[in-house]
Design a protein around this ligand. Structure first.
Ligand SMILES: *Cc1c(COP(=O)(O)O)cnc(C)c1O
Length: 464
């Protein structure tokens, strides 16, 4: 927008990244259910305080401080069940632990019948220590260390997703040392790359993950896996991207993976019993996003695999999927308190909150969009042209930028929805900020499942 069109400056709400201002929403106080977790509601009274899991945000801020991640347990469990029910008993749903992993979450996953993906020894320890049966854990990564592989094999991890020729040899040796046959999948690059609203069916294969299908590396890995001792090749794995809204990319990937199964049968006379089609389903960060439902994904993938297998004369393999963001992403919000409000004459107002890029790196890293709302009270005033910023020594855009939030004042609480995935798990101590706690709320009760870091935690690591 040109500044001269709005000479008075602060008039419009909902600030988009540089230069774009969309129309302020009809109701500044509305909370789009697409973006906010299921139990989020604004009180109908004059104050209009927002609650989640039956706990109002004023109480949450008072009890647990800010910033804090507030995780809606009911919503988390409901999303687990939606994925489980969509795929039924003939498939496995692995929750991608890298989105956010804690012991409470592992227990919920266990109770709801989901499995877990891990991609490091640390994640494996968290999953095992919360009682997830090793059999229901899959281990990923393009460069698992020798120690991590030994740990995974010794723990009895159900699947190791092998990512290279080196790793096949390494793992075969470890399994033989330990006197077991390790079940593995081979991760292939199917030449499909999907990001947000688009996918490319002939993506370049110049990337660190997987073994290329078109280049013949995948077929060669299968040849080696079938002859190496200590390995039981269970199937093929593919993961095509993240924050995907279109099922077409998954469909092309599924078709190509089944094509490989047919080649394997022709060459080796072996029908591999499993395929894993990865994760990457998108969620709504703003009202502009339109995510697919698990049932829709399940129906389309199951049907394509069934049809392609029928055409190739294959028995349909057992399907696995690995949603991370689509389960945990929408279930948490980050609660911040406003500190400084700085109007810049003729430009905009900077609203500073007590967190920022140390608790949400995604805006800085991916230029990610978020929504934000004033939650400690109803907003009566006109919206203003403003930008929410964090407190770190970094330029402005380290916090969500959309602010259909009226005119926040120091002391107000703002909430950023859809911060369940890749926020706490990617949190840092930049500026020696203390990582916020994760507070689980459900039916009027709140409990800390990951506590806030303290300065003692920082000093304990810094041993001088
Ligand atoms: C990251 C990842 C996932 C989960 O991705 P989301 O976008 O969170 O669904 C699943 N599988 C693999 C192999 C991954 O690397």
């Amino acid at each position: 927008m040109s500044r001269s069109a709005h000479p008075a400056g602060p008039r419009h709400g909902d600030v988009m990244p540089e230069g774009h201002v969309s129309a302020p929403p009809a109701d500044l106080n509305a909370l789009d259910p697409k973006v906010w977790s299921r139990t989020v509601a604004r009180a109908a009274d004059a104050e209009g305080v927002v609650s989640v899991g039956g706990m109002d945000v004023l109480t949450l801020a008072e009890q647990f401080g800010t910033p804090a991640y507030i995780l809606d347990e009911q919503d988390f469990r409901a999303r687990c069940r939606a994925w489980r029910d969509a795929f039924g008993t003939g498939a496995d749903v692995y929750y991608a632990g890298k989105a956010f992993l804690s012991r409470a979450v592992v227990r919920w996953l266990h109770e709801e019948g989901l499995n877990v993906d891990v991609c490091s020894g640390g994640e494996l320890t968290v999953a095992l220590s919360a009682g997830m049966p090793a059999e229901r854990i899959a281990f990923h990564g393009n460069n698992k260390s020798q120690a991590e592989l030994e740990y995974a094999v010794k723990s009895g991890v159900g699947h190791i997703v092998v990512d290279s020729f080196d790793e096949l040899v390494r793992l075969s040796w470890i399994a033989r040392q330990q006197g077991i046959r390790q079940r593995i999948l081979i991760r292939v690059t199917v030449g499909v790359e999907a990001h947000t609203h688009e996918f490319i069916a002939t993506a370049h294969e110049d990337q660190k993950f997987g073994l290329s299908l078109s280049g013949g590396m995948a077929a060669e890995a299968v040849r080696r896996a079938l002859t190496l001792d200590g390995l039981e090749l269970a199937g093929i794995h593919s993961h095509i991207g993240s924050q995907i809204f279109d099922t077409a990319g998954f469909e092309v990937a599924a078709r190509r993976v089944v094509g490989l199964l047919a080649e394997i049968k022709a060459e080796h006379g072996v029908e591999l019993p499993e395929i894993d089609l990865g994760g990457g389903l998108g969620i709504a960060y703003t009202s502009d996003d339109d995510p697919r439902e698990p049932a829709e994904i399940a129906a389309s993938l199951t049907e394509i695999v069934r049809r392609e297998c029928a055409a190739e004369g294959l028995t349909p393999p057992r399907i696995s999927v690995e949603p991370g963001r689509a389960i945990v992403g929408p279930t948490a919000l980050t609660l911040y308190q406003v500190g400084t409000v700085k109007p810049l004459e003729g430009l905009r107002t900077y609203v500073s909150v007590d967190g920022g890029m140390s608790d949400n790196i995604r805006t800085a890293l991916y230029d990610a969009e978020y929504s934000v709302a004033l939650v400690s009270r109803r907003s009566a005033a006109e919206p203003m042209l403003s930008r929410v910023v964090g407190k770190h020594c970094e330029p402005a855009t380290s916090c969500p930028r959309r602010l259909p939030a009226g005119r926040p004042a120091p002391g107000d609480l703002l909430a950023v929805p859809a911060t369940g995935a890749y926020c706490r798990s990617m949190a840092s101590n930049y500026n020696h900020a203390l990582k916020p706690p994760v507070v689980a709320v459900s039916e009027g009760e709140a409990r800390v499942i990951v506590r806030r870091e303290t300065e003692e935690d920082l000093l304990r690591l810094d041993i001088g």
